[in-house]
Design a binder for this molecule. Structure first.
Ligand code: ADP
Length: 179
């Protein structure tokens, strides 16, 4: 029996606006299963991001620096095209509640239609992160709540600096990314 296998490179795409402990948990668990994990930050998100792509990448890199087989990069355009350019056939997505399911199911089927050789793998969140989203973190922070159990220190520090620099600026519902 020959058990040698080719290395499997998985891509974990998302907005990561900003990266949360829920994202980190999914990236860590993916890194235990796949040989290489690329956390891919979407540039042209329709979600009107609060943080620039450079900031999102920097924070995510810092948060994941201790995991050897994880790399962070930014991409634009179709995910499947980006994956083909990397030679990856595995998409990682995290699943929280059933409310994630419909969107994720649609995306997985769309990507399958576009690139039938690419598979989407779902990792179910840890219960303690099931309520956690980037937008919830920004909301809680904006109203002075404690986010220390929700995001890594690098994210919390950057958000604190933002508030000092732009005290009147509301983090959610911004019309353009921070410069
Ligand atoms: P997108 O805009 O692509 O949904 P996000 O940054 O919101 O990007 O999420 C990226 C991926 O991480 C999605 O699959 C999402 O379901 C998953 N995710 C987000 N927050 C959590 C969490 N707390 N636990 C598990 N997975 C999560």
């Amino acid at each position: 029996m020959n058990l040698n296998k080719n290395k499997i490179r998985a891509v974990y795409p998302g907005s990561f606006d900003p990266v949360t402990n829920g994202h980190i948990c999914i990236a860590q668990r993916a890194a235990e299963i796949f040989d290489e994990v690329i956390v891919a930050i979407l540039m042209n998100t329709q979600k009107d991001p609060s943080f620039s792509v450079e900031e999102r990448q920097q924070m995510t890199e810092e948060a994941l620096v201790d995991i050897n087989n994880v790399q962070v990069c930014a991409f634009s355009g179709l995910l499947v095209n980006f994956m083909q350019s990397l030679g990856s056939k595995v998409i990682i997505r995290g699943l929280r509640a059933m409310s994630d399911f419909e969107y994720e199911f649609q995306m997985a089927l769309m990507n399958r239609q576009l690139a039938p050789d690419i598979e989407t793998f779902f990792i179910v969140t840890e219960p303690q992160y099931s309520y956690l989203s980037s937008s919830a973190v920004k909301n809680v922070f904006q109203f002075g709540g404690d986010i220390s159990s929700m995001v890594p220190d690098c994210v919390r520090n950057r958000m604190k600096n933002r508030i000092h620099e732009y005290p009147n600026q509301i983090i959610k519902n911004r019309t353009k990314p921070f410069e």
